[in-house]
Every structure is written in C-alpha cells, then in structure tokens.
Design a protein around this ligand. Structure first.
Ligand code: CP
Length: 333
C-alpha cells in the first residue's frame, strides 16, 4: 500500500540537528508527531516515500548497531539511499578536513549524518565545522556533548508509556558501572538537556568524579527553571530511584580521564556496586520503566532480571530509533 502523506511542515527543510537545544519545543513535538505517524504507517505496511532518490552520507568515527541500521533502513524506507563512510577507511584517516567533507558531500547528495563521540571537545566542534560548509542538513548521530537521535527516541518511548503530559513525573538518570569501555557522556547529557524541558522532574545520580560537562549542566538548569521542574543531583542510586517513573542507569566516562583509559577503568572499578538491581527497582513507582540506550553491560550496569523484566522498555526504545531517525531525515532533507 502506498500513501502520499504530506509532511507536517516544510519549515525544517535544510535545518541541522546538532543538539536538541537547537530546536524549539514545538519543532521537537513536530518531529515526535511525525515519528508516531511513520511508526503506525510502517506497522500497517504503508509505503512512505518522502525522500525519493535522495542520498544521506553517514560518517562514523565510532562503532554502531542501532544508529547505523536505523538510518540505513530508515532512508531506504523513505525512498532514498545511505552511504556508510568509515573514518578509518576514508580519507578522513589521512586528515581530510571537515570543510572538504561538508562541501564535497553536499555536492553529491542531500544530507550528512555524523557520529563522533569518543573524545571530549571534538565531536560537536567537528559537526559544526561540517555544517558551516555544507549546503545540506547535518544530523548528529552522537557526539561528545549530545546524542539527540537517542534522546528523541527516548522521549517518544516515555510518551508512549505515560502520555504527552509528563508533568509531575520523575526521571532518574544514574551512572552505573561497566567494565567494557569508557562510554561517552553524551547520553546522560542529552537526557538532562531534553528531559528538563518535558515537564518531568529530573534527578541525576553519579559518584563524585562523574559530573557532566559544566556547560551542559548550565543548560539543563536553565531549562528546568524555564519549564518549572525540579533538577537535582545526588550521589547515590537509591535516592534517585525513590518514586521514579523512569530510570535510566548507564555508564559514562570521567571527563578528566578520557585521555587515560587504564586510569579511567581503574577509577570506575571503585564503584562496582553501582548496578541497577531488582532491589533498587522496588524503590521506584509500581508502573515505572527501565530504559537504556544499549548496548548495556549485563551483570554490571544492570542485572538480567531487571533488563529482561517487566519494567524494561529497551526494545521499544531501540525500535523507536528507526521512526525518529526517519522523521528527522524526512523533515530536514
Ligand atoms: N544507542 C545507540 O546509539 O546504539 P549504537 O551505538 O549501537 O548506535
């Protein structure tokens, strides 16, 4: 079945999606509404060719399962095509500049999406430099500061669970221990910036060394003030989980130690007890949901009983990456 669906607006054509902070509340609602429509149409088998024959270039400086595949599948379903560009096997590895990438890829296609998340101070700056020179929209597929595609899908998942009016609800974002690798700070940072605009009270829990970037905290505090919600920082998971509607415990690296992975993992090992357990979930509301952007370190960040249990919404959350990626591409490209 094919349906020629009008996009809700043309106003976002050509716009970059570099942080959620760059889009107004109304523009984020537009993206979420379109994502919900595209999700229903996907499930109904409706063909939605909003981007026929258009090309998106996907540049990855880091690994990915959900992001790469949601963008590749998403643009195919919109009638277009994606090119995967690996920073290690393209001329980026020989120093090709952000300016050249922006100008040249703009001349070949219709959108550029970038993941550059592992080094604080680099990813967002790289994307802004590409965007400065590109004549097509640039989408942030995760940088050092924000993971706006993830947090948009997270907000979609929370609204599906609790409805659009989230006022009075509580979301707990917590650090958790992971031995696998030093995970970027962009998911908790993106959550703090976006969730503080949604009517929910926000609690951030972390050991003392795991504070977020000061400029991100300033934005979250300003958002909370503007939207008349509470924003608290605590130093233990139990306090954060108390009466929470949404819990989002995950690991991230220490800002001062990204240059020294061995020391970073040594520090993290001091906090092995920061695990999301069934006991902690008992402190939350009865109908609370557990979220994680994935991949999760099972048995460390979270027990199997929680991540596979009744509170877990990890799979709808991951699924919503597809629908939100399609909405962002359809609106901007
Ligand atoms: N959550 C997320 O961005 O997953 P990937 O790293 O697999 O893309």
């Amino acid at each position: 079945m094919t349906e020629a669906v009008e996009l809700p607006t043309q106003d976002l054509k050509g716009r970059d999606w570099l942080t959620t902070e760059d889009w107004s509340d109304a523009e984020i609602d537009t993206a979420l509404d379109l994502a919900a429509t595209l999700k229903a149409q996907f499930k109904a088998g409706v063909t939605t060719l909003h981007l026929p024959h258009k090309t998106a270039f996907l540049i990855f400086f880091d690994k990915s399962t959900r992001t790469r595949n949601s963008f590749e599948a998403g643009i195919t379903q919109l009638g277009g095509h994606a090119h995967f560009i690996d920073s290690e096997t393209s001329q980026i590895a020989h120093g090709e500049s952000a300016k050249d990438m922006g100008i040249i890829l703009s001349s070949y296609g219709h959108g550029i999406a970038i993941r550059h998340d592992l080094v604080p101070g680099e990813g967002q700056a790289y994307m802004r430099e590409v965007a400065k020179w590109a004549e097509v929209p640039v989408i942030n597929m995760q940088c050092d500061v924000d993971h706006p595609c993830q947090t948009l899908a997270d907000l979609m998942t929370i609204r599906e669970e609790f409805g659009p009016n989230l006022r009075g609800r509580k979301v707990a974002v917590s650090w958790a221990y992971a031995p696998s690798y030093m995970k970027p700070m962009s998911v908790p940072q993106g959550l703090l910036m976006l969730m503080s605009r949604c009517g929910m009270d926000v609690v951030l829990a972390h050991p003392p060394e795991y504070g977020l970037m000061p400029e991100v905290m300033e934005k979250a505090v300003a958002n909370a003030h503007k939207h008349d919600v509470k924003l608290e920082v605590v130093d233990n998971m139990a306090e954060a989980f108390e009466d929470a509607d949404v819990v989002y415990p995950k690991s991230w690296g220490c800002l001062d130690l990204f240059h020294d992975p061995d020391e970073a993992m040594h520090l993290a090992a001091r906090y092995k007890d920061w695990t999301c357990t069934g006991e902690l979930m008992k402190l939350t509301k009865k109908d609370s949901i557990y979220m994680h952007c994935l991949p999760a370190d099972r048995g460390y960040e979270v027990t199997d009983a929680v991540i596979d249990g009744p509170h877990s919404r990890i799979y709808p959350e991951a699924e919503n990456r597809l629908h939100t990626a399609k909405a962002l591409m359809a609106l901007t490209m």
